[in-house]
Design a binder for this molecule. Sequence first.
Ligand code: FAD
Length: 344
Amino acid sequence: MTTPPPPAHADAPASAPNRADCPDSGRIRAIPSEAPWRDLMGGDARREIRCYDHGFVALVDAMPRLVPEGQTADAAIVQAARVSYGQGTKKVSEDRGLIRYLLRHRHTTPFEMVEFKFHVAMPIFIARQWIRHRTANVNEYSGRYSIMPDRFYKPSIENVRKQSRANRQGGSERFVTEPEGSEEARREAQTAAEFLAYLEKTEKLHAEYLRLSEAGVSRELARIGLPVSLYTEWYWKCDLHNILRFLSLRMDAHAQEEIRVYAQAMHDLIEPIVPLTMEAWRDYDREAMHLTRLEIEAIRRLAEQRGREGEGVGGAGATLQPLVVSDNKREQAEWDEKRRRLGL
Ligand SMILES: Cc1cc2nc3c(=O)[nH]c(=O)nc-3n(C[C@H](O)[C@H](O)[C@H](O)COP(=O)(O)OP(=O)(O)OC[C@H]3O[C@@H](n4cnc5c(N)ncnc54)[C@H](O)[C@@H]3O)c2cc1C
């Protein structure tokens, strides 16, 4: 987005007294757009993706939302970056190339020039993870002022997950929910059903919550007996740099499955508005790989070993030397996963 020189007719009436040394000082100058404006949300009041039974992520506004025809909000990033590069941008003048350069080299402030505002409804246990992203502006539904609606998150029986043995924080494996078969399968089906019955019991507390609120208990106290599967809502506004950070952390396989569903919805809503940035983010972050010094050394050793055998890195016959620099099982597992992705 380049700023054209001000046309002669663009002077608005002075709202501040002229100064003798600069006659234009204090005047508002209106500079028309070089092309007709386009609404990046196509005139929609909101764009919404449903998440689970009662949840959603809705994009309600963007900055910039209006851009000259033919551009996307990526243009605001390029525009800001060119302030810092000035004439130097001639070498990296193509928008896509510049955005990719900025993202690769973690020149992050231009990405803060774009902002998105969302309206989100999610279970409280997800909101607790989400709120840790401190750089956003948040305004949440108040259970002190209003009655919390009777909306709870409950997975389907097929989606009840087992505690992972390898990862203390997670679980992705499902219970066997068909009771036929082995004794183990029958036990698993029963455990999954018992878990859902337990959730239903906590949901019944809502009726008691309503009764006690109506009997005069303050709403701020009455709510404290409700479970964290209860839905809350907020408006959440954040700049693109920090949204990318949120997406990197919360779309990752290590994040809880439920927040991944919300992060994916957020990604899908902003992708058409900043397509060049999201493409660069996928290439340099989401689908990229960070190698530690120890891992680089392991790869170097392999290359040397294969070089000695007169073969290229991908040659047959060589095996990657074990990463013996750490006896930490998790670090080894992470390296094994990277090796698998690299085809080593
Ligand atoms: C898989 C996973 C597991 C997690 N497990 C736990 C857990 O067990 N317990 C737990 O408590 N948390 C946990 N978290 C939360 C995690 O520790 C972070 O708090 C969360 O991901 C937010 O990350 P952030 O601080 O980078 O984001 P933001 O708060 O959005 O910060 C973005 C950037 O701004 C900087 N920043 C923000 N505020 C300030 C400030 N006031 N001063 C200086 N710099 C600032 C940050 O350093 C960061 O670089 C987990 C997160 C993930 C993804």
